[in-house]
Design a protein around this ligand. Structure first.
Ligand code: GTP
Ligand code: MG
Length: 151
């Protein structure tokens, strides 16, 4: 099954949205295989394996790193069918003006630079991000109701 890296950003942690975001992924049918709360350093956030290295040079990049390093984040690995694409749909569009109600950003965010959550944008970047944030690896286990979630 596919895995994706989902992260509650510092504003999501401060606003008490960790449980809400976990609940949405649980209820959708995804399986949690790794999770940790960490206060990331700018050096870690700028590593090539993160989704943010590509954004170096953008005018908002320094502010993005400052924001992401401003407090703890909750990183998670969720596993299931089409986890990467479905995860992005659940997060909603990057810009809150375009994120649909019912998505996490569409329900809780107003500013692009305070958009609550991150999700891997491709299967390959998910693998890189999972290795970066969870070098110790993820957990393998089975849940009893998989036959009711997958055909
Ligand atoms: P992530 O899941 O966080 O990677 O967001 P994304 O994949 O939807 O967007 P992208 O990777 O292009 O940008 C990463 C993050 O940079 C966004 O989530 C925003 O927090 C921030 N960002 C992107 N574009 C802008 C912008 O135009 N202005 C500001 N202030 N922040 C931006
Ligand atoms: Mg991105």
């Amino acid at each position: 099954k596919e895995q994706t890296y989902i992260m509650v950003k510092p504003d999501g942690v401060q606003r008490g949205l960790v449980g809400e975001i976990i609940a949405r992924f649980e209820k959708r049918g995804f399986k949690l295989v790794a999770m940790k709360l960490v206060h990331a350093t700018p050096e870690h956030l700028e590593k090539p394996a993160t989704d943010y290295a590509d954004l170096k040079g953008k005018p908002f990049f320094p502010g993005l790193i400052k924001y992401m390093a401003s407090g703890p984040v909750v990183g998670m690995v969720w596993e299931g069918l089409d986890a990467v694409k479905t995860g992005r749909v659940m997060l909603g569009a990057t810009k809150p003006l375009e994120s649909a109600p019912g998505t996490i950003r569409g329900d809780y965010a107003l500013a692009v630079g305070r958009n609550i959550c991150h999700g891997s944008d491709a299967v390959e970047s998910a693998q890189n991000e999972i290795a970066l944030w969870f070098p110790e690896g993820v957990t393998q286990y089975s849940i009893a109701n998989e036959g009711w979630i997958f055909e």
